[in-house]
Design a binder for this molecule. Sequence first.
Ligand code: SAH
Length: 255
Amino acid sequence: MQRRPGFPARMPGAGSAPAKPAPQPSAARQYAAVPTGVGLDSSAVRARMVQKLVASGIDSAMVLHAMGSVERHRFVDSALANQAYEDTSLPIGLGQTISKPNVVARMCELLLGAEIARTGGLGRVLEIGTGCGYQAAVLSLLAREVYTLERLRGLHDKARDNLRPFRLANVHLLFGDGMLGYAKGAPYAAIIAAAGGDAVPQAWCDQLAVGGRLVAPMALSGGQQMLLVIDKTPHGLKQNVLEPVHFVPLKSGIA
Ligand code: SAH
């Protein structure tokens, strides 16, 4: 897309005003405002993590940019910060874990493949299982609005503390049972679950927009947990079973 000249138009070479930097997306600007540090050059380590994501087959530029921007080490205990950019899941308290970067990137890439997202990008997204808030921060760079539900009060509070410095105006942290979805924000262009059950709750399908996509781990017959993609088409739901995954269990109720 060609940029229209600003007004008043400036002739090349006229005056000595430096060229204006290209406008950044607002969320990226917010990240840039967060002070860096904890004793590790996190942008270089993140760049290496992104290279590994590319090598593992992630090729969405938007996802790679988001993964390269969000400071994962800020979402884990400081004692684990030096492992934050390894492709490993890490404990976040209350028996829960933050997913591997590779799995987060893979699931985000799948969301962007929703029919409804192909033209105008991702609109509203519902995340089940806020955990420490890391994936919600990644999603905030990929979607217009992110609604994220957590059933454990302790983690809901932790995510709020973790996310506060990033000032992500498009992330809505909700405390409640994600198995019921969140009807007030529906319909969603995408729903992503970070915890695995053995059936897809009806509420999730109901709250998905036509053209929208659900990505969730699910235990299939035999007990093996697999990554499931469900597309809501004008003719009904279309399901695809992808690779095996290992997520914490989806539980009902709050605690
Ligand atoms: N996306 C998270 C991963 C958290 S692990 C992150 O980036 O950190 C999965 C989370 O799902 C856990 O915190 C668990 O408490 C939560 N969870 C499990 N069942 C849930 C439910 N029914 N509703 C909401 N959250 C749930």
